[in-house]
Design a protein around this ligand. Sequence first.
Ligand SMILES: C[S@@+](CC[C@H](N)C(=O)[O-])C[C@H]1O[C@@H](n2cnc3c(N)ncnc32)[C@H](O)[C@@H]1O
Length: 589
Amino acid sequence: MKVFEANITHLVSDFFKENLKKIMSFAVANQKMFDAFGIKLFFDNNEEFEILKEIIFNTNNIVEEPDRAEYGDFQTNADLASKVTLHLASKNISPKIIVEPTCGKGNFIIASLKNFKNVQQIYGVEIYKPYIWETKFNIVNFFLENPTSNKPEIIVSHSNVFDFDFTQIEKQYSKEDILIIGNPPWVTNSKLGSLNSSNLPKKTNFKNHNGLDAMTGKGNFDIAESITLTMIKNFQKMRGNILLLVKNSVIKNIVFDQNKNQYKIASIEKQCIDSKKEFNVSVEASLFYCKLNSIPEFDCKEFNFYNNKNSYQKFGWINDKFVSNIEAYTNTKDIDGMSPYVWRQGLKHDCSAIMELDKVNEYYVNGLNEKVKLEDGIVYGILKSSDLKNTVIKQTRKFTIVTQKKVGQNTNYIKTEYPETFKYLKEHQTNFDARKSSIYNSKPLFSIFGIGDYSFKPYKVAISGLYKTFHFTLILPQDNKPVMLDDTCYLIGFDKIEFAVYALILLNSETTMRFLQSVTFADAKRTFTKDVLMRIDLLALAKSINQKYLQMELTRLNEMYNFNLSLNLWVIFMKDMIPVNNGQIEMFA
Ligand SMILES: C[S@@+](CC[C@H](N)C(=O)[O-])C[C@H]1O[C@@H](n2cnc3c(N)ncnc32)[C@H](O)[C@@H]1O
């Protein structure tokens, strides 16, 4: 049965039937509800009271569920809420004051009533009125089932969390133990933008993102992050704890920003939960826990909430670096520096239907399934992230037309030097003109990006930016032409195969893998970025590598791929990586 669009149990509706029938005023009803259950201002006005009575005595109530996408509505199930509160109780957390900033149907409030025995005051805030009712009905139901249970004073406020004044709670109970508990909305500001919703903090730009960040997605934030930060900021000086269920990215951002915010929080934990099981969604989410009123800490221990013995790793700040695994980082930090080679992103054309080609006998076949004849001159083999599975690649599945040797180069030469290719490109000019990205505006016809001298180096070592495989691949020329990589890959290029193979061995060493594992985050859209790869100090790695290991790996590669390489160029390779001192440092020192 539903009242005010809120579920109500038979136990609660029977209670109302028996106890409110003869009451004529909402003020008297409110006093009765407070005396019986501790809930303040149960009814806002007489009209609500009368409607409730009318509905209770007329049971035909079928209400359609509205679309609640803008409210990031994923109600925590009662079982999980109970486990979470029991987990806190097992840490000897016994709050006097409880705040649930977006309480929904109130499952964390009920779980708190069940598992914390010293609670004196509970505040729940929720924007959606039917949930306010459902929370109140659930509280009534709880006390009807558990009449001897401790009865704190309870205020369930129908309010936008961004308008609610939490400072008054902080002022009134500054000496008490507080627990902030809940599961704030799972929705980002960009999703709200697409829904035309105004469910945002007043200061939407709360991280001071500029317009460019907003365009690149860095300005996209979860409103749960804003709510969590509001709670930390407001209650950091009170004794107590925070436990909020949020996306993993929110926890990462909070710990990252802690370096600048220096909030008085410590013992920060990320308790990973199974969102598929709990919420039937595929989103990485965890319980964020921290202790308030503490000397600020800057790292976060990670646990599996269901098997809560030991933390399996710790991420956060160590010295001035933000890393995903502090222990692994500590063991490999000597190679955290500056790569002597510049890592580059592969080629970008945004026109795969025309530019991505298969080779069938002497023809190429494009994404529109058209058979085309092209001169081989500017057609090159190309690899995508998904191709970079093996350690050495000699052959590509796909081909592409490399229209320029560097960004912005005039493309008129194609007409005279490669007339068939020009004809093909020209016939499909509309596909090029339809490219959305503004980077192609006012650029020569058929322009590409991610191209330069480095693209034409014969030997490349590359990694996929998208996959979570910590494995580098050596790419050899195909038909005496360098092979290209697409823009989901990162590469360094070499003129000598020996240098490329030495770099490959260093990059695929245990030390590099552990280092990369320690500085990359599993939930990042791109596991590897240019920034991360530029941190690998290949020279430091080369200096520390075990020579026996080096020789062993070289022999293995020689045998597997029919190379005949030696370590004769190793010393030159090392010298090549030493930065050239051009005297400028001394001049400006
Ligand atoms: C992820 S649900 C969780 C509800 C509850 N905390 C729980 O754990 O079951 C988020 C809740 O936040 C509420 N909400 C969304 N935006 C809000 C806002 N601006 N102010 C208050 N509540 C809001 C939604 O209606 C929804 O009930």
